[in-house]
Design a protein around this ligand. Sequence first.
Ligand code: FNR
Length: 356
Amino acid sequence: SSSPALFSPLKLRTIDLKNRIAVSPMCMYSSEDGFANNWHLVHLGTRAVGGAGLLLSEATAVSPEGRISPDDLGIWKDEHITKLAEIVQFLKKHGSVPGIQLAHAGRKASTTSPWKGYRLLEKEEGGWTPVAPSAIPFYEGNPAPEALDKAGIQKVINDFREGAKRALKAGFQVVEIHAAHGYLLHEFLSPLSNIREDEYGGSFENRCRLLLEVVSAVREVWPEELPLFVRISATDWVEGGWNATDSVRLSQMLKEQGMDLIDCSSGGMVPNAKIPANKGYQVEFARKIKEEAKIMTGAVGLITNEDQAEEILQQNQADLIFMGRELLRRPYFPLEAAKNVGIDIEWPPQYLRAKG
Ligand code: FNR
């Protein structure tokens, strides 16, 4: 039998992933003042021990105002680097490539974390006024975010650049720019949240401008030999919103800028979108973008077992499989999956007696 694609290596510039399984970025809402701690070490570390080829940190804020909640992980000051570096070192030691998702929450900032109700924070409890392309709130009737002026836009670009520099110092080997799920960079892309009349709004090119400028600023400080990803929402799932055709056009432009891989998610722009969230529901976007923009893609969303993942790769629909919730349930999924498909991979020696 042919050897499984899921356990074939992937070369990204000078970085080699040992398999095609990536831990999808997942907010842990477990930080204070942006600092990583032992929760992050254990959470990410467990999944490295479990055999994932690539791990992406949760959305990591490039500025305090770019946090969804006060509990978000951050990388806006040098003091954040030490603990991140310790985690990175652990992940590398276990054969996983450490990646970081750099993020700005835009108009979806200043809320409590999900298990505290996801409600807007009041100023008295540490809330702040979110920034966005235009003064349109996510929920109709809520206070409006502040529309960024030119200086504010320059600060965003600079914050991403500085975040990437710190990520490099911490030892991360992949940076993923978060331009999905209704957060700041996606808000600039979508005509539903961007009604600006300057060069950052209006036409398709203008709405793409901020993301392209952020990518170029990050690429300036992120070494040639290391890969850069972007996560997009391939569609808003709303008539008149951002759609899959836009995503192909954007991906072509990103490819010209030296982007290595498009991580294809969807949704998050508006609260009322009708999302057909069934098995592998976003894989089609990874396939379309890979085929039409001729760039590597990652598939994500309700991919839960090795057969499904293998089929996506065999059919050339994506290059990398991102898994989120299933890896929360089964951190050792890659070890288990290798056994199920009959391939012999290296186990952590401490766990060898469980290999069977
Ligand atoms: C997420 N997701 C997510 N996405 C992202 O780009 N940045 C993030 O920080 C988070 N945070 C997050 C937290 C938690 C607890 C979950 C469950 C999800 C989305 C996630 O990366 C993934 O795209 C979706 O969960 C869909 O994939 P699965 O879970 O069906 O494999």
